[in-house]
Design a protein around this ligand. Structure first.
Ligand SMILES: [Zn+2]
Length: 251
């Protein structure tokens, strides 16, 4: 998980939420998703599928990585090679806001994340498929997200030792291990380790891993708002930051 900085809400979504077509009644996420054909867009005059359009904006904001496990989305099905469609996840679950004064949350861009298939049908579930509607102690939209998560060389993800409160540390570890299942589902630990080992060995060529300027450039490149981003970029950024600090203290 790394912090996601969202672009402004697509005006088409706001328009649907605030001025729905008269035949629509009260707008909802399910209605938006079910619309079989184009949603007429009063702003641009074009016909679009609003759900797919909003999902494409989320994917762009996230560099085509799952907001939780950071695998590339859409993923390819291992057997058929076909794309597995990413889905829209609600940070505040629909069940928590439906039929409350906050009902519009279910169609607000700020409450959306693009996520992977969650390993559905393949084995232990992860990401939103494992989470269901459980609350999250830390979300990818939180400012602390980049500082409160750390990784081990084996690819394990865990709450940072620097989190000031023990309770918060435990809550985040519970979220990573149990709620989102980011250590045990989908071989994620091994995949993160592979990504890290790959970057380290390419830096080690010609001893570039000891060159502080090369490492800083690599870090800048990884942190830039790019689309697509490399898979499992969170562990790469974490390791490079630590490595650069070690190099700085060496000199
Ligand atoms: Zn995922």
């Amino acid at each position: 998980m790394i912090r996601i900085v969202k672009s402004p809400e697509p005006p088409e979504l706001r328009d649907y939420r605030e001025n729905p077509p008269p035949e629509e009644g009260k707008p909802s996420y399910e209605k938006m998703k079910r619309r079989p054909s184009g949603h007429f867009n009063r702003l641009s005059g074009e016909s679009i599928n609003l759900h797919d359009y909003v999902l494409s904006k989320l994917l762009k904001d996230q560099g085509h990585l799952c907001a939780y496990c950071m695998c590339k989305i859409p993923e390819k099905d291992k057997e058929t090679g076909r794309n597995l469609e990413p889905t829209i996840e609600h940070i505040e679950p629909q069940s928590a806001t439906k039929s409350t004064p906050n009902w519009k949350k279910e169609i607000e861009y700020s409450n959306f994340l693009a996520v992977c298939s969650g390993n559905a049908g393949q084995g232990a579930l992860c990401c939103d498929k494992a989470r269901g509607a459980k609350p999250l102690a830390l979300t990818p939209l939180d400012l602390q997200c980049n500082h409160w998560i750390e990784y081990s060389l084996s690819g394990a993800i865990k709450a940072s030792q620097t989190i000031p409160s023990k309770e918060m540390q435990e809550a985040i570890n519970d979220e990573l291990n149990n709620v989102l299942n980011l250590n045990f589902g989908k071989d994620l630990k091994a995949k993160r380790k592979n990504a890290l080992d790959g970057m380290r060995s390419s830096l080690q060529k010609a001893h570039q891993d000891q060159n502080i300027d090369v490492c800083k450039r690599k870090l800048q490149e990884l942190k830039a708002p790019k689309d697509p981003k490399p898979e499992y970029v969170g562990i790469l950024i974490f390791w490079l930051e630590k490595h650069i600090t070690r190099l700085e203290h060496r000199t």
